[in-house]
Design a protein around this ligand. Structure first.
Ligand SMILES: CC(C)(COP(=O)(O)OP(=O)(O)OC[C@H]1O[C@@H](n2cnc3c(N)ncnc32)[C@H](O)[C@@H]1OP(=O)(O)O)[C@@H](O)C(=O)NCCC(=O)NCCS
Length: 162
């Protein structure tokens, strides 16, 4: 970790607000709407980039929770993906992701997916390593930062009960 990372990095330095994709025929399920596993994969790829941008090293997916498929998307829809870091601990971090389906004529957006991804920063030997602090600046970022700690406590409690 560089010395400038010790102070932390703002959320906006790694966040993505406008990744776009088109729903192609091979993205559909047997009912003709967007396949949920496809959205999950797109979200995982995007969140991993956000995590790596912040950490500056390889980050592996430890877990995914609060996965919600909120509405269907159809062939030809524009997908808009947004992801940002909610909180960083020592070696792990939580990224929140939202996906919208956008009508390309009216530009109306419907939220179709949301989830939280937990990543762990690792070295070449897959050993967890420390990540820079995160600096929440906006009201939304500060709210997510606080709520992320509650979610982590919940995840840890589930781990202990397995
Ligand atoms: C991720 C991995 C390196 C963690 O190794 P580990 O020996 O379990 O590491 P640790 O016990 O030190 O935990 C690492 C971090 O995860 C956190 N963690 C562990 N269990 C957790 C849970 N249930 N919820 C949230 N965080 C958790 C720990 O608190 C720690 O974070 P912290 O340092 O910020 O407190 C290891 O589990 C692994 O290699 N998993 C496979 C990853 C993978 O292949 N992903 C898919 C492809 S990217």
């Amino acid at each position: 970790m560089g010395s400038s990372d010790l102070k932390g990095k703002p959320v906006k330095a790694s966040a993505v607000h406008d990744q776009v994709a088109v729903v192609f025929p091979n993205d559909l399920n047997a009912h003709g709407t967007l396949f949920g596993g496809r959205v999950l994969e797109m979200a995982d790829r995007l969140c991993a980039i956000v995590a790596k941008r912040h950490a500056g090293c390889v980050c592996v997916t430890l877990g995914i929770d609060s996965v919600r498929f909120l509405a269907p998307a159809k062939h030809g829809d524009t997908l808009v993906l947004q992801a940002s870091i909610n909180r960083v601990w020592k070696t792990s971090l939580e990224v929140g992701v939202r996906v919208f389906a956008e009508d390309y004529i009216t530009r109306e957006r419907v939220r179709i997916f949301s989830a939280y991804f937990t990543f762990v920063a690792v070295d070449d030997a897959m050993k967890p390593i420390a990540v820079p602090l995160i600096i929440p600046e906006t009201e939304d970022e500060k709210r997510r930062y606080i709520q992320a700690e509650e979610r982590r406590k919940h995840r840890m409690s589930l781990e202990r009960s397995v």
